[in-house]
Design a protein around this ligand. Structure first.
Ligand code: MG
Length: 397
């Protein structure tokens, strides 16, 4: 394998820093070409000095001066703004674009990278949750000329569950897949009653996740919205419907997901809960990279357990199934409402069970439209965010 140039979009977040761990572990195979961050100037500058990328981009334009000053004389080019990030994703230089930014901001650079024929190591759930119909049409060449993915463009999922499913499908005919069993840790509140859930705070959710994740994903994981988003993402990645996906709560997070075939055989992918494994696979696929890091020690686990999720206590999961079945802009509405509610919960402005209240109200009161264009998705996203912010402001939900 020749050395691949990697653009890490969102390099200061949890997936981004772990992607840089992999680049550092295999310097003969990978080189950081572009690093981008939303606003963490200090860490982005530190990463730039260590990895010497061709270019760094800060999304928040107001921090351009500060970043430029920190990298003065380093030889690293400094740019700012969301457009510069999308341009960098489509640039000739990088071989692989890792989309590790949080939220809907991952959509534009993913589209740009696919149009430029890149491998996208997709770590941004919202891109497929919101824009799955468009990305799917792009990859199948069904959009008007000039808007489709270029030859060679493809997505390799980074999320541990989707990486597991992807790995279970290698060498298989997808038509022989009967269902996907998507595993979920169940989050820190798995055993809490509804009354207890009304009282939990963000700090309780952020205490002890199985996985090293950012705050947004950790809270989504506690509410099980994360699993809802992953179910939607899996539908687009693997060409199936919500009915083809079963959720299994598996608190040990060792079985990362499974695929059942028409003959009743079930394949699973196992490993320690360490995101560096699926990240390395997304960069090296179809090859596998030897490592000594974090081997699975099954005897240290007394048991591996699986149970059905409780959609009464975790209504976010039910809302995700409903929105995906409805289609059109419904997943976009769900996602935007959740992003606002998640952020409000993180800052202790609303309660835990208010997140599904707000999301449910958004789905009920904001009409969804079928077959949205990219522009319609961006409009819906902005509209839903502003409506939900107002509901939170006025405490009407
Ligand atoms: Mg996951």
């Amino acid at each position: 394998m020749s050395q691949k140039k990697i653009a890490v979009l969102g390099s200061t977040g949890s997936i981004g820093t772990q992607t840089l761990d992999i680049i550092a572990e295999y310097p003969h195979l990978f080189r950081a070409d572009v690093l981008t961050a939303r606003r963490n100037v200090a860490l982005l500058a530190e990463q730039a000095l260590r990895f010497q990328p061709r270019k760094v981009i800060i999304a928040d334009r107001s921090r351009f001066g500060e970043l430029s000053a920190l990298l003065d004389g380093s030889g690293v080019k400094v740019e700012a703004g969301a457009e510069a990030i999308a341009e960098a994703a489509a640039d000739n230089e990088p071989d692989i674009v890792v989309t590790a930014m949080v939220g809907f901001s991952g959509m534009a650079p993913t589209i740009a990278a696919l149009k430029a024929g890149k491998r996208v190591a997709l770590a941004n759930k919202e891109t497929l949750v919101v824009g799955g119909s468009i990305i799917d049409a792009m990859l199948k060449g069904k959009l008007p000329e000039g808007e489709n993915a270029a030859p060679g463009a493809h997505i390799v999922p980074v999320d541990s569950e989707h990486s597991a499913i992807f790995q279970c499908l290698v060498g298989e005919d997808r038509k022989r897949m009967r269902k996907i069993i998507l595993t979920a840790s169940g989050g820190p509140f798995r055993k809490f009653s509804r009354e207890q859930l009304e009282k939990v705070k963000a700090a309780d959710a952020l205490k002890h996740p199985n996985w090293d994740m950012g705050a947004k994903v950790t809270i989504d994981s506690a509410s099980m919205m994360n699993k809802g988003l992953e179910m939607m993402e899996a539908c687009w990645l693997f060409g199936c419907t919500p009915q083809d996906i079963e959720i299994a709560v598996h608190p040990q997070s060792i079985v990362h997901s499974m695929v059942e075939y028409v003959d009743g055989s079930v394949k699973a992918q196992l490993g320690m809960p360490d995101m560096r494994l699926p990240i390395a696979y997304a960069l090296s696929y179809p090859d596998r990279l030897p490592t000594e890091r974090n081997p699975l020690t099954l005897p240290s686990y007394a048991s591996l357990t699986f149970e059905a999720p409780d959609m009464e206590r975790f209504p976010m999961l039910r809302l995700a199934f409903e929105a995906m079945a409805e289609g059109g802009t419904a997943p976009c509405i769900l996602n935007a409402a959740n992003e606002i509610a998640n952020d409000a919960f993180l800052h202790d402005r609303i309660g835990f069970m208010d997140m599904p209240r707000i999301t449910s109200k958004a789905l009920a009161e904001i009409p969804a439209t079928a077959n949205p264009s990219i522009d319609a998705l961006f409009e819906t996203d902005a509209e839903v965010r502003s409506i939900c912010r107002q509901w939170i402001e006025e405490h009407k939900f």
